[in-house]
Structure formats: C-alpha cells, structure tokens
Ligand binder design. Structure first.
Ligand SMILES: [Fe+2]
Ligand SMILES: [Fe+2]
Length: 373
C-alpha cells in the first residue's frame, strides 16, 4: 500500500505543479516521469482508484494514510465529477501526462484514454459504474440523480456531492449543442417531485444566465452547484406544507420561510462544497432592494450577484411550473411581472439580460419597453 500512497502523492504533486504553472514548465516532464515510474512499480495488470463515501479505495483496499495528497485527490475527483479511475496495463507516459493535465484543468470535463477509464459511482448502489458520456443526456435522468442524492439527506448525513457535480458538468456540456435553454427544463409531473425538478431547472436557468454573461470554468460550475442546492433547506420542511394543495396559512408560510436558514446552516457544515452554496441558500429570498427574508437584525450587505442570478432563475421557474394551487404561466406574463419588480426584487441589469437572452433563444420579438430600474 505504501507504493500506492507514493503514486498518489507524486500524482498530486504533478497536478498541483501543472495547475500552478503549465505542462510547458520545465519541471512537468520530470514530475510526470516520476508519476509514471511510481505507477509501474505499484501496478500489476491494472490499478484502480475509487472514491466511496469520501474515502479512497485503491485496488480494493481502503487508503487510510496519504494525508494532504489523499485529501487533495478526493477534492479534485469531486470537483471533476469523477469517482473512479482504472488504469490498465500498457498505459503510456503520454497518456499519464495528458491525464495529469486534464486533472489539473478546471475547464475540461472527462475524457477517455486508451488505457485510463474514468467514471462516476452510482450513489444508489455505491458500486456500479455509470456511463458519463454526454450522448445520453436527458433532463429527466439528471433530476433522477438529484432525487437520489437529496433523498439521502438528513441533518446528520452529508450530501453526496459526486452526483451533483456530474449533473452540472453534463448540463454545461449539453448547453454547447442546444440553443433553446427552455428545452432543458423539466415539467413537474408529480408534485412530490417538485423539489428536485425545480432544483435542476433553477440550475439550468442560473448557468444559462452566467454563461451568457461570459462566466465560464470554475465559477460557472460553482454557480451551478449553488443553484442546484438553493432550496436544500426545504428538505427539512414538513411534506404537508411542501405539498399542500392550496395556499399556505400564516403559520405554514412562517415555517416555510425558515428554509433559507436551514439550508445555509446545513451547507455551511460541508467542507467540500463551494462557499457560494450556503450563500445562495441563505440569500435567494432576500431581494435586491434589501426586503425579503430572512429578516436580519443587523445591517446586511447587498445580495451577492450569484444569489441575484439564482433569485431570477428561482422566480421564473416557480411561475413557469404548474403547482398544486395554480396553473403554469406563459413566459411573457412572467416577464411582465418580473419587469414590474425590477429594481426592487431583482437586479435590473441582470433581469434585463435574462429576459433578452431567453427571448433570443426562443426567437421572441424584443419588447420596446425598457426594464424599469
Ligand atoms: Fe427557496
Ligand atoms: Fe426555489
């Protein structure tokens, strides 16, 4: 097992070096050769690293040691949406070099190499490797993964992030081939599933805004994760309230209003998650002009721009979806209401951009009326 630890340490040193400098840096070749030599020493016909419930399992043996490098590899896997790497005999130095470069880059997704296979572990059974290729993308499948992850949440149990990172990576990749963002939004077929479907839709609409604002790479990914998790606090609100067929009374609404604090508190305890996640969970119902909830008894800063993006996506999806107590709204009717609240509930510049971008993707005519600031 010491050989495996040495391989992982040398791998993470090479990855860090490549992140800091580049593969052109003079030290990269030496470090990559060292990784390759360590691998050759420790592998027979194959070498497998698997991430299971925040533990690393190397060649079927849990890796207890490895300190900082082990932790860094876990974080890197989580961020890339990888939960398993299998290297088979015959792997070349060139493949290892490319693997190090890809692992160090934040922008690149998963790639297949002749002798290195990467995949993600299906959270439901913990062991089965699922296909991460993008040809099978379907919004329905993505919400299914969210449901599995969210269903496992309790205050004591941490959310498994691998599936969520994978959903975000796949959404980002799918955006590239499709202009009409609304095609990625799922209809709510069953009200009990609203939470998952709404989470996926808000992530799509938030990443769409961010992408069309020119945001890319790690920040785009983090906004996707924060948007997916904005309503995590609702997992701790009673089902009777969440699925009530009819408007909430005052007491019920007050309980519902706890979800930003409950979500932020839960997410703030997780150390392998973007800080934007607890922030957006806490702030998504705080409005642009400082009204909204939670009400704070101290002077607060303006909503973070990520929370402002999520708030626009949240409002749009909430009205677009059919709910137990009302039908869905037409896009133009939602826009009209949002414009009315521009500058109060919503950041006027972001809202203007959102409406123009959605109109452009739907080929709707531009309204002549300007969004009120
Ligand atoms: Fe919410
Ligand atoms: Fe929401």
């Amino acid at each position: 097992m010491d050989k495996a630890i040495n391989f992982i340490s040398s791998l993470m040193i090479a990855v860090s070096n490549c992140s800091l400098y580049s593969k052109e840096h003079e030290s990269f070749d030496d470090l990559a050769r060292k990784v390759y030599a360590m691998l050759m020493e420790s592998m027979a016909d194959r070498f497998e690293i698997m991430m299971l419930l925040n533990d690393l399992v190397v060649n079927n043996t849990p890796l207890r040691k490895g300190g900082l490098h082990r932790t860094r590899l876990l974080k890197r896997f989580t961020r890339k949406g990888i939960a398993r790497v299998e290297i088979s005999a015959g792997v070349s130095l060139a493949e290892i070099k490319q693997f190090i470069v890809d692992l160090s880059a934040s922008r690149k997704g998963l790639r297949t190499y002749p002798h290195i296979k990467t995949g993600s572990v299906n959270i439901s059974d913990g062991m089965g490797v699922i296909d991460t290729s993008l040809d099978t993308f379907s919004p329905d499948d993505e919400t299914g993964k969210l449901k599995e992850s969210f269903d496992a949440v309790t205050f004591q149990k941490k959310l498994q992030m691998v599936a969520l990172h994978e959903v975000v990576v796949r959404f980002i990749a799918a955006f590239k081939g499709e202009n009409n963002v609304l095609k990625f939004l799922c209809p709510v077929k069953d009200y009990s599933e609203y939470t998952y479907i709404h989470a996926a839709n808000v992530a799509v609409l938030s990443m769409f805004q961010a992408k069309t604002l020119g945001i890319d790479d790690e920040l785009l990914h983090d906004i996707g994760i924060a948007a997916l998790l904005h309503d995590t606090g609702k997992l701790f609100i009673s089902k009777d309230i969440l699925e009530k067929k009819g408007k909430l009374d005052d007491n019920e609404f007050n309980e519902m209003k706890n979800h930003p604090v409950l979500g932020a508190r839960y997410l703030a305890k997780m150390d392998d998650i973007t800080r934007l996640a607890p922030l957006a969970a806490f702030e998504h119902h705080m409005q642009y002009d400082g009204s909204g909830y939670p009400v704070l008894n101290f002077q607060r800063k303006k909503q973070h721009f990520c929370s402002q993006i999520v708030a626009i996506a949240d409002f749009f999806d909430a009205l677009r979806s059919r709910r137990p107590y009302r039908e869905s709204w037409e896009v133009e009717k939602i826009f009209a209401l949002m414009v009315k609240n521009s500058g109060t509930a919503f950041n006027p510049l972001l809202l203007d951009h959102f409406i123009k971008s959605i109109r452009a993707t739907l080929s709707l005519p531009e309204e002549t009326q300007e969004v009120r600031g």
